[in-house]
Ligand binder design. Structure first.
Ligand SMILES: CSCCC(=O)C(=O)COP(=O)(O)O
Ligand SMILES: [Mg+2]
Length: 261
């Protein structure tokens, strides 16, 4: 298996989750179906709680933004504080959430709610976070080499912590130095990577980002971040141009940091 050298100036690795640390099938076949199956029950049970109210409020803000951008979407106009027909209000929220999920939208509002819903699934042991076999040994090796390791996923920080805190390998959160989600900006925007660099105190060139999504790779590259594209079974096919432009790995174990033991 060919090794890929990452620059000697690398101080931090920034990792995507879905398609990078974790199979897409775990997200599509385990996590998302859990939301679809439990959405109505979750909203009905937690409707009056502050956290749920904030989630619904954020969804409403997203709808307003979508309407400003002329994106069509199921609309829920209800304000929980004044609306009396709870069943109707819940149905409207459900329509919007299910519509966003069908479109695989990465809105902060959707991801926030999903993170809150997965909490009990993970803590009860019903779901365990899946990571590829090469991930944990590589995280350990990188940290022994003095590198920092951060996660940047569209999944909320809470959802990220659940996945690694209740993983099939146990609680591996202490192998991570920090987490970023779309509250810092979308993964397809250059500015998000600049902000992350600033936040963790490194120059963009000192960061290597691992992802399976070319639009994310491009945005990171524009920010001056070094990029490695991760090719896993089930990930989106790359074009010939993309394959020749980016460094590719099929396993984290292929990554070598030049000048580090
Ligand atoms: C953090 S677990 C939930 C995964 C998820 O909802 C998601 O959108 C994954 O996106 P990523 O940016 O990690 O590809
Ligand atoms: Mg991904």
């Amino acid at each position: 298996m060919a090794t890929i050298s990452i620059p000697a100036c690398t101080s931090a690795l920034l990792l995507d989750i879905e398609g990078t640390t974790t199979p897409i099938t775990f997200v599509k076949d385990i996590l998302f179906p859990y939301i679809r199956e439990h959405l109505e029950e979750y909203l009905s049970t937690h409707w009056e709680e502050d956290e749920c109210k904030q989630d619904v409020h954020l969804l409403k803000k997203q709808i307003e933004e979508d309407m400003r951008q002329h994106r069509s979407c199921p609309v829920h106009t209800v304000d929980q504080t004044v609306h009396t027909d709870e069943e109707k209000a819940i149905r409207e929220v459900m329509d919007n959430v299910l519509w966003q999920m069908a479109a695989d939208r990465k809105s902060t509002a959707l991801k926030q709610l999903q993170g809150h819903m997965w909490r009990s699934a993970y803590s009860s042991g019903r779901i365990k976070g899946e990571v590829y076999q090469d991930v944990i040994p590589s995280l350990k090796r990188w940290r022994e080499q003095g590198l920092k390791v951060y996660i940047y996923s569209s999944g909320s920080v809470e959802a990220q912590k659940l996945l690694f805190g209740y993983s099939e390998e146990g609680d591996v959160l202490d192998l991570l130095d920090g987490h970023f989600d779309t509250s810092i900006g979308a993964k397809v925007e250059r500015k998000s990577y600049e902000r992350i660099a600033e936040r963790i105190g490194f120059q963009p060139e000192e960061i290597t980002f691992l992802t399976d999504v070319i639009r994310e790779a491009k945005a990171a590259e524009e920010a001056g971040v070094n990029v490695v594209v991760v090719v896993r079974s089930g990930n989106m096919e790359l074009t010939d141009d993309e394959r020749s432009h980016y460094s590719l790995v099929t396993s984290f174990s292929q990554l070598e940091v030049t000048g580090r033991v």
